[in-house]
Design a protein around this ligand. Sequence first.
Ligand SMILES: C[S@@+](CC[C@H](N)C(=O)[O-])C[C@H]1O[C@@H](n2cnc3c(N)ncnc32)[C@H](O)[C@@H]1O
Ligand SMILES: [Zn+2]
Length: 219
Amino acid sequence: MKIERILTEREALWKRGRSRWCHAEGSDIHQIGVFASRDIPYDTRIIEYVGEILKNEVAEQRGIDLAEAVDGTDLASVFNFILDDEHQVDGNKDYNTARFINHSCDPNCWVEVEDGKIWIIALRDIAKGEELTFDYGFDIEFWKEHPCRCGSTQCVGYIVSQEQWPQLKKKIRKMLKRMDAEEERAKEEEKRKKKKKKKEKKRRKRDRKHKKKKSHKDD
Ligand SMILES: C[S@@+](CC[C@H](N)C(=O)[O-])C[C@H]1O[C@@H](n2cnc3c(N)ncnc32)[C@H](O)[C@@H]1O
Ligand SMILES: [Zn+2]
C-alpha cells in the first residue's frame, strides 16, 4: 500500500513536471535549456517548477553543498526556488523539466507563485523554437559569481535581478575604472622598465668605448 502511494506520488510529479508547451534541449546560453514546442500565446501558464519543498535552512545547505560540488566546472549550481518566507523548492529533480530554464536579461517568461505552486508564465507571445527564459532575480550580493551569457542586446553581463540593475551598473562602472587604472599603471611600469634598460645599454656602450680608448692610450 505504501509503495503504491509512493508510485502514485512520483507519477503525479512526473506529470506536473512536463508540459505540451515546451521541451528541454541543448542551449546557446548554457548547457541545456527549455524551448517552445509550439507557438505559445501571451500569459499562458507554460509549465510548473516542481521539486522537493524544504525549510530555508535545509535548502540553503543543499545549495551550498551543490555549489561546492560543481565548483570549477561549468555545471549548473542553482536550483532552489523561493516559495515563501520559510520554504524553498529544490528543483534539482529529474521529473522537473523547468529546472533547465535559463536566465535572460530580456526574458520572455516570468514566474508566479500561487497556492504553493510555482508557474512559468509567458510574458509575451513566444514562437515555436524560441528558448524560454526568465529573470532569476539573483541578489546583487553575489553578482561576480554569476556572469550572464544570455546573449540579448540588453545583457548587463551578470545574473542579477532587474530591480537591482542601477546598483549593478554602478559597480560595473567602478570595476571598469579600477581595471583601467591598473592597466594604465602596468603600462607606465613597462615604459619605466624599458627606459631603464635603454639607459643601462647606453651606459654599458659608453663604458666599453671608454675602456677601448684607455687601452689604446696605454699601448
Ligand atoms: C536552473 S539551472 C538552468 C539549466 C542549466 N542550463 C543546465 O543545463 O543545468 C541554472 C544554472 O544555469 C546556468 N545559467 C542559467 N542562465 C544562465 C545565463 N544567462 N548565463 C550563464 N549561465 C546561466 C548557471 O550555471 C545557473 O547556475
Ligand atoms: Zn544577460
